[in-house]
Design a protein around this ligand. Structure first.
Ligand code: NAP
Length: 262
């Protein structure tokens, strides 16, 4: 019995502080809720106080310790100072989930350059910059068992007509996952990724409701359905938990088998 308890305790996040970027909606919110349920002090993040406050209140009412961080990740210049101020206010997060991701479905020819720059700015550069400062803050705070978990995508390693930009950013993040794993693993911080497949989040509603593309997505998936948003939780808990102490530099694919078919 004691062995079982200590095994289960390996999945507890009690005493940990987790910043989940983009946790006002979608998969980020699912991950934040799961971390709170596993005992973590959670920092919800997004651009809008009016979205974050009621979510924080909801989690607090359920007994969680919660703070919020309002920061537009497109504003790269203010990121270091803003992050430092967050650490001073709530303590240094020892779990960082890089979840924010802007989606653009377009060929290179049809994409406006401003939209391309914005996507790369937010998805790639902001994530890299936040990871750099967050990892340094973990080192300065002498964090052991630091965790960086980055949301990539099954769209990263694949190429599809009409979807040229987003996969470039996501594949860059896959490289970042491995680079951080090598650089920080020996200093007590692991870096891993989660590559979601097709989740029925609000941001996918247009695709899911498309009379042609919606059924194509379902038809190609071995499980024959979209993922429910809460199906991201298990991978996110595992990778942030003590149970994943020897998992470093890898990307867990959560796609129902979509990417192993052709
Ligand atoms: N959904 C899927 O099927 C799927 C598949 C593969 C990969 N992914 C990846 O998983 C992650 C989450 O996807 P999702 O569908 O859950 O996304 P989502 O519903 O669009 O949520 C995006 C979150 O990011 C925040 N955000 C967007 N731009 C921001 C900015 N400039 N600064 C700060 N926060 C910003 C939003 O907050 P505010 O608007 O409140 O500021 C929101 O909380 C993304 O990295 C995505 O690429 C998702």
């Amino acid at each position: 019995m004691n062995t079982l308890r200590s095994y289960q305790a390996n999945f507890s996040l009690a005493g940990r502080c987790a910043l989940v970027t983009g946790s006002s909606a979608g998969l980020g919110l699912e991950i934040a809720r799961a971390y709170a349920a596993h005992g973590a002090h959670v920092v919800l993040h997004g651009r809008h106080t009016n979205k974050l406050t009621p979510l924080a209140d909801e989690l607090k009412a359920a007994g969680a310790q919660v703070d919020t961080w309002e920061q537009d990740l497109a504003d790269l210049d203010s990121l270091p100072d803003s992050y430092q101020a967050l650490c001073q206010r709530v303590g240094t997060p020892n779990i960082l989930v890089n979840n924010v991701g802007v989606r653009l479905r377009s060929s290179l020819q049809n994409a406006a350059w401003d939209d391309i720059e914005h996507l790369l700015h937010v998805d790639l550069l902001a994530t890299l910059k936040l990871s750099k400062y967050a990892a340094q803050a973990m080192l300065d705070a002498q964090t052991r068992q630091g965790r960086i978990v980055t949301l990539t995508s099954i769209a990263g390693p694949l190429a599809r007509p009409g979807d040229a930009i987003y996969p470039i950013a996501k594949q860059g993040l896959a490289g970042m996952v491995r680079a951080l794993a090598v650089e920080f693993g020996g200093q007590g911080i692991t870096s891993n990724g989660i590559a979601p497949g097709t989740f029925a989040t609000e941001s996918n509603a247009v695709l899911a409701n498309d009379p042609v593309k919606g059924p194509l997505v379902v038809g190609r998936n071995p499980l024959g359905r979209w993922a429910k948003p809460d199906e991201i939780r298990a991978a996110a808990i595992f990778l942030a938990s003590p149970a994943a102490s020897y998992v470093n530099g890898h990307i867990v694919v959560v796609d129902g088998g979509f990417s192993i078919t052709f």
